[in-house]
Design a protein around this ligand. Sequence first.
Ligand SMILES: [Zn+2]
Length: 572
Amino acid sequence: MSSLLILKTRICLKYVSPLFNPSTAGFTPLNNVISKLSVRTRLLCTKGVSRHAANNRKEDRQREFNIRERPPFPKSVFAAGTAKRTAEYQKKRVEEEPDFPRKNKRVEPPEHPLTASEWKSLKLTSPNPDRFDVRMMSSMLADGTDINVAKSLLAYVAMDTGTLSYELLLRYLTLCVGGSHHSEVFDMYDIMRSRFRTLDTGASSLFIKGFSRTERWKEALTILENIKRAITPSPRNYGDTIAGAVLHGDGATAWALYAELMEKGLIPNQETWQALFQCGLSHQGHEDGLQSILLHMRDNQIYPEETLVKDIKAWFESLPEQKWIGSWSTVHPRGVCRSCQAELESIQLSQEEYAQLKDRVMGDVIQGRDVFNKTTPEELESFKNFVKRKPTFDVVIDGLNVANIGIKGNQSQTLLEVVSELERQGLVILVLGRKHMQRPSRSWDRNDMSLVQQKAHCFFTDNISEDDPFLLYATLHSGNHCNFVSRDLMRDHKACLPDGATRRLFFKWQRGHQLVLSSYTPGKRVRFQRILTYDTIVQTNGGSWHIPYDENGAERCTYEVPQKWLCLTRAK
Ligand SMILES: [Zn+2]
């Protein structure tokens, strides 16, 4: 079918364009077409596109979550899916925005291959004939349209314009690779290789993926080598070649590639791990390698997805003589696995971990350069002296943030109720506030504020200051037992932290020390969400493994943790 297309294209070009010399052998006409195109045309790299889109989605979610309102769900803010539900709830509350007509109206791919004249009339009747071919091919990609329809489009474009743009060809190649049309992929490879000495990354990545699934999988290794001469290949490039090796029973090559990927400091995809576990399932050995993957997940606070965790379970259960039994489980709030009753690792930081975190946060976030955008060194110094004079605190409250949870115009009452509840628990409290809170107004009642100051130690910063550095300083200075109350999740500060290990400690500390109001109704008793006692992380004690995993389709923000676990124990 593919050679038919090339033939058709050639004939079409020959027919319409005297520029092409029909006597030249091979695919010259199409090659001529390609040679006119810049290699640097905007590339269609599926990986890049999807990652960009994913980032946008993530930012959107985070932005939505930043709205400071009481969450409608009583579950822990760190539970997977909470941010998404909150965002949806917020969205529902916002009045529906009017629908703006979309600028680039989508073109609908036809159901059957069209003739050139049919394509022509479709293009002419389209509301926007500009870049019709590329937009049409994109729609086909999105819909997974039959490859023959795409071929008929290429034939028409070649005949109509005498040229096939690089952009269009790459989209076509993506369609071929996505639909596993192997012979079409081989044809495209021959065409492009005969024209260019090297292939660009977008096309190379597609060819690696395409070749890996076929008997010509070893050529993917050659393409990978070619990429390496110019740039570091992507984790996806490695993943595809590893999957190719596994598929064709070459475990040694798969593991060698994986070692190379890790050496380069790349972050492997879940599919890559899945391929390796599947490899371990069909070939014995590689136990150390597979266990090191699990430990890598632990160190980097990565959670396997449901499809991967199923393969992990199957692999454990396949190990001869070891008698592993896997079961799907959840964890009791006390930190006990509901399946095997084992106690999970505590959320509390060890003394060394705590000292390390405190050191880095004090150095990088509080003393760091960025803090002077938010406060003055003098103010920070006077705060430090204030803290030194006081006893150690049990709980530090972000006053403004907490006050804004309640009804507008009644901030001081909200703050007072929160402070009163904590005082009832016999805690030593610090309230961080702004100077304007001390000036009586409709929001800040004089009596409320004077009661707050009787029940808690208070420090009021300049109106321009940001509270977070003060909150972090006071909480960390007070010690590992000290908690804090804020709706903020302090993402900015995590970004300031120098390395992954410290960021993970910060994240763990935050989950173990942040008190969040579960619900607030003026006049009713204030309640806080429970702080989980256990840490959600891949863990083992030799005799058992506990692996938290992401359920299919469940969206989880970076600061949330999964709720489902794989429990692996040994039969006695
Ligand atoms: Zn268990």
